[in-house]
Design a protein around this ligand. Structure first.
Ligand SMILES: [Zn+2]
Length: 304
């Protein structure tokens, strides 16, 4: 098995997790962060089972975002085998749900968007993309529910759904069905990686924040606590006992600053402030000088 496109934590989730340490998120933002975390955990679970079970000659592409005839579609996981291309929409819902004539309801009767409709749309667009770009391949698509407590009542559309207990056996079946990949399969995988759109039009944003509105200061790299004991060389967390070298901790805070404030310049002064004024200007300068590239003149020095 070869992974041609790795899955990474969604950018917005990384931003929200850092912000969550430094300010109170609105209820809406917090709920959104929890949903993102849950979705990402479900996808990582699927990836792990896939790595464990699928040993054959297949290519995997994760989180593929394609623009087809000016419409965007996202595919959580795509597996190219010698016979078929498999698309997966991965859902980490937990609890009991009811399927009523194409409508997905929670047990209390609230309707939520049906992943099968999303899957049907993305499959149609993906097939169009294939038609536009070369040889044809058979395509099969599934909604995968991965959470062990997920139960779906009154389901009649079983063939496109994979329940938690079926994920392993379904993926094991790919081993039996996969034959050696040919050049056309590898070419397709490379073309799909190139066609991936980086700028996500579905991108959600978080409630606006500024350097002034969030709590500044060094935090523990392990648990996020502000309760640190600093020495000249290291930081020690009073909450979880995690110890890190001071330059590594400062470096992580520079990266965090760049993640949260991509439009702001990284200068000695901004980083000293970001670290809450608890570390010396000289240590910050040494980290910037040795691990980042200087830009601007001496008076306006910043680092990228
Ligand atoms: Zn800690």
């Amino acid at each position: 098995m070869k992974i041609m496109k790795e899955r990474t934590m969604p950018h917005l989730l990384r931003v929200m997790q850092q912000l969550n340490k430094r300010q109170a998120l609105t209820n809406e933002d917090r709920q959104y962060m929890v949903n993102l975390e849950k979705g990402y955990q479900g996808e990582c679970y699927f990836d792990n089972v896939l790595k464990e079970v699928v040993k054959g000659d297949v290519v995997v592409l994760n989180d593929l975002l394609l623009s087809v005839n000016r419409t965007h579609t996202q595919i959580d996981s795509l597996i190219i085998t010698g016979s078929t291309i498999y698309l997966y929409e991965i859902k980490n819902y937990d609890g009991e749900f009811v399927n009523k004539s194409d409508h997905l309801l929670t047990k209390t009767g609230h309707e939520i968007s049906n992943p099968l409709i999303q899957l049907s749309r993305s499959t149609t667009l993906f097939k169009q993309h294939l038609r536009n770009s070369g040889p044809s391949f058979p395509v099969e698509a599934f909604v995968v529910y991965v959470h062990p407590s997920f139960v779906l009542h009154e389901s009649t559309l079983g063939s496109k759904l994979l329940m938690p207990s079926q994920v392993r056996s379904h993926l094991a079946e790919l081993n039996r069905r996969s034959s050696h990949l040919k050049k056309k399969h590898n070419d397709l995988a490379s073309k799909l990686v190139l066609a991936h759109v980086e700028d996500n039009p579905f991108k959600q944003t978080v409630t606006p924040y500024t350097v002034e509105s969030v709590k500044r200061g060094l935090t523990c790299l392990s648990c996020g606590s502000f309760d640190l004991i600093l020495t000249r060389r290291s930081s020690f967390c009073s909450t979880c006992q995690y110890k890190s070298l001071l330059p590594d901790s400062i470096d992580a805070h520079i990266k965090e600053f760049k993640l949260l404030f991509p439009d702001d310049r990284v200068t000695r002064h901004t980083i000293v402030e970001w670290c809450g004024g608890k570390v010396s200007d000289r240590v910050v300068w040494t980290v910037l000088k040795t691990r980042y590239n200087p830009k601007g003149s001496k008076r306006t020095r910043y680092y990228i």
